[in-house]
Ligand binder design. Structure first.
Ligand SMILES: [Fe+2]
Length: 292
């Protein structure tokens, strides 16, 4: 098990004192109707601090990310791309750090592992699952481009990055006062470190993926951190600027990229027939189908 502990520090020093959770979390999710609202930031001097953990599931080489607003009394938190096999580890960490888990979020319907969102919901009642509306999967909440997922005074912005699958999104930390700098992009399989997700299943399209990465990720500031859903070579993080320079696929022109993707000759994903149907129901296909 690989556990990578990282803090992104902002204006206030981290206090190791954990707060007992007793009050409801003040702000939950602000969707597109609140776009333009400044209510997710404070007008006082910057005080938010992101607590950030990168976690790894070795069988599928999947990264799960835990984020929380450590400055908020309740320490509201979310998990990005949890895996069913490592749900207990993730929930233990949430408990140890004194966090209030609000959301279990997927970047897309995964084909190589079963999502942990359904298990998390059963073990931690009150947690809401989130996926993009375009995925056509089931979840408690659906997001669309431009939506904001708030946790405390911090938020993730939703960017549409289809191409690996039809419903892929990239979640990017907020831009503005009181938000982490540099920004952080959770790119799912749209952009991997020195690579990208395959485009031959689940409504994939190399042309669309090229457009998504160039228009939605490569337009972010170059110092934006890139944290993907997987890595198979031992990388843990990159930046937008680094991938714009060194990604062997996405630095090519569109036709060359499409040619590369059409000639990968990848084998049929071994988990796809189990994972995709399950992930259309938060990873709990059997429970859902028995209930209906
Ligand atoms: Fe994927």
């Amino acid at each position: 098990m690989l556990l990578k502990f990282q803090f992104l520090h902002f204006s206030t020093a981290f206090s190791p004192k954990f707060h007992k959770i007793s009050a409801p979390v003040i702000r939950i999710t602000k969707f597109r109707s609140q776009m333009g609202s400044s209510s997710y930031t404070t007008s006082s001097a910057s005080s938010s601090k992101l607590l950030f953990r990168q976690l790894f599931e070795k069988d599928s080489s999947t990264y799960t990310y835990l984020l929380a607003d450590a400055s908020h009394p309740d320490k509201p938190a979310l998990l990005v791309d949890p895996v069913d096999k490592t749900v207990d580890r993730d929930l233990s960490l949430v408990k140890e750090l004194g966090l209030k888990l609000l959301y279990a979020i997927n970047t897309h319907v995964h084909a190589d592992h079963v999502t942990g969102t359904g298990l998390i919901k059963s073990k931690a009642p009150g947690v809401k699952s989130i996926i993009s509306k375009a995925s056509n999967a089931k979840a408690d909440l659906f997001v669309e481009p431009g939506d904001k997922i708030c946790f405390g005074d911090l938020f993730l912005e939703v960017r549409s990055t289809p191409g690996h699958t039809l419903g892929c999104v990239t979640y990017v930390t907020g831009d503005g006062h009181n938000q982490p700098q540099p920004r952080i992009a959770f790119t799912g399989d749209a952009l991997l470190i020195r690579g990208c997700g395959r485009t031959d299943f689940q409504g994939g399209s190399s042309e669309q993926l090229y457009k998504s990465v160039h228009s939605q990720i490569f337009t972010l500031p170059k110092d934006t951190f890139v944290y993907p859903a997987h890595d198979y070579k031992g990388f843990s993080v990159s930046t937008v600027g680094e991938e714009m320079l060194y990604n062997p696929r996405l630095t090519k022109d569109k036709e060359a990229f499409k040619n590369i993707m059409a000639n990968l000759n990848l084998s049929y994903p071994k988990m796809i027939d189990v994972a995709v149907p399950a992930n259309m129901f938060c990873g709990l296909q059997d429970v859902e189908s028995k209930a209906s």
